[in-house]
Design a protein around this ligand. Structure first.
Ligand SMILES: Cc1ncc(COP(=O)(O)O)c(C=O)c1O
Length: 411
């Protein structure tokens, strides 16, 4: 029998069996058709069963399905990295493969930690992150989200030490946050003066904190934060697992800012939602610190399915589709659509790129909204008392309009 993720099996209804995906739609065995308005946990950038990606996968599967990625390399991995090099800032030029968002984060955290060991700064064992962050469910990723995370409390006594930084939450019509931002940076400065040389890395979701409730903060704050920790020699990880691949209207959320991290973590949209694959991208400076005759300086980390050729072939095709003029125009259109459509009675409405979110008074009300959407053939998932839309780029204006209409009817 199956045990589902993030599901209280005692009270949750049985799963709905899906027999086919088609663009923004999921077709169920019972004959119902559902609009997937959250891109199935943010992965299906081009919607379901994209035929071009399916064909690329089929071709690759018939040629080379997998090979160990230590002694060997292969075209799909090399082609993927070449393609990514066109869109990732040049300073970030070393690509480490893994399988999913959590492992992309684990790899970044481990490399950052070991980097300081390798260069002889052995005291740096504390981590920094933002309150309300989410980085995955493995131990490093959970530790990085801090002891207050609503998802990981059960395990908190096992976490490594992470200091949390407040986030000045931004939404439509919010007053200037400058005072709050400066207060937060002031508090951080005090911590850094005391123990800055014991901290190895700051990890954060740039501009949009997803799983905590699609919370936005502005690029100016992000820039202040990054510049401040850099004064103390601390490295920076941007977890772009959710924000990458145009979700915020640009290829990466970092493209909205004037700062570059030392690492980016990519997954989810990387293969267009077809296969698990992840990348941790870092700089030559970090890479160089692992070059040594001393085996202890090697990064001894790897996964069985590292750089799986079929997943890489899917990612190449997904990127090709993503970079087409039509796709980028469609992303702009969705962005404008969100901005120009009113959701009445919504609290703290906020939008960035293809993501729009708002709060309701309580979790019960959010669940009510999600149930009503479901009855109307629209699949949404609440995040606490936040309701959000995260559609794939093939969504039609009619489907968006229908979703706003249903939301407005029940709000
Ligand atoms: C920002 C972020 N990082 C990491 C993860 C973990 O990714 P995965 O579920 O693929 O392990 C998620 C998942 O939602 C995420 O949103």
């Amino acid at each position: 029998m199956i045990w589902r993720p993030f599901t209280q099996e005692k009270t949750a209804p049985p799963p709905t069996k899906i027999i086919k995906g088609e663009g923004t739609y999921l077709l169920a065995e019972n004959g119902e058709k559902y609009l997937d308005m959250i891109s199935s946990w943010f992965v299906n950038v081009h919607g379901h069963a994209n035929q071009e990606i399916a064909e690329a996968i089929g071709r690759q599967a018939k040629t080379l399905e997998h090979v160990i990625f230590t002694k060997f390399s292969h075209d799909p991995a090399e082609k993927l990295i070449n393609e990514l090099e066109q869109v990732v800032p040049q300073k970030l030029n070393r690509y480490f493969f893994s399988d999913n968002g959590s492992t992309a984060v684990e790899v970044a955290l481990k490399i950052a930690y070991q980097y300081f060991k390798n260069i002889g700064e052995t005291d740096r064992s504390i981590f920094l992150s933002l309150e309300g962050g989410y980085h995955g469910d493995t131990f490093g990723a959970m530790s990085a989200a801090g002891v207050n995370s609503k998802y990981h409390a059960t395990f908190s006594e096992l976490f490594f030490k992470t200091i949390m930084i407040d986030v000045p939450e931004y939404y439509d019509g919010a007053a200037s946050m400058e005072e709050k931002e400066n207060e937060i940076i002031g508090r951080l400065e005090k911590i850094l003066q005391e123990i800055g040389n014991k901290i190895c890395v700051l990890i954060l979701e740039p501009l949009l904190q997803g799983s905590f409730g699609m919370r936005l903060y502005i690029s100016k704050f992000l820039e202040k934060l990054v510049n401040k920790v850099r004064e103390y020699g601390i490295l920076v990880i941007f977890d772009e697992v959710m924000t990458g691949f145009y979700r915020t209207g640009k290829m990466f959320a970092m493209d909205h800012t004037n700062v570059l991290p030392d690492f980016i973590c990519l997954s989810k949209g990387l293969t267009g939602g077809f296969l698990p694959l992840a990348l941790t991208v870092t700089s030559e400076k970090i890479y160089d610190a692992f070059l040594s005759e001393d085996r202890k300086k090697t990064f001894l980390h790897g996964h069985s399915y590292t750089a799986n050729p079929i997943a890489c072939a899917a990612a190449c095709k997904s990127l090709e589709i993503l970079r087409r003029k039509e796709t980028i125009a469609k992303i702009k259109e969705i962005t404008e659509f969100h901005k120009s459509h009113v959701i009445f009675n919504a609290l703290k409405r906020r939008s960035i790129g293809i993501v729009t979110a708002f709060d309701v008074e309580s979790e019960e009300k959010a669940n009510f909204m999600i149930d009503k959407a479901w009855e109307n053939g629209i699949f949404l998932r609440p995040l606490g008392r936040t309701v959000y839309l995260f559609p794939p780029y093939c969504v039609s204006n009619d489907d968006l309009l229908r979703t706003y209409e249903v939301i407005n009817r029940y709000l």
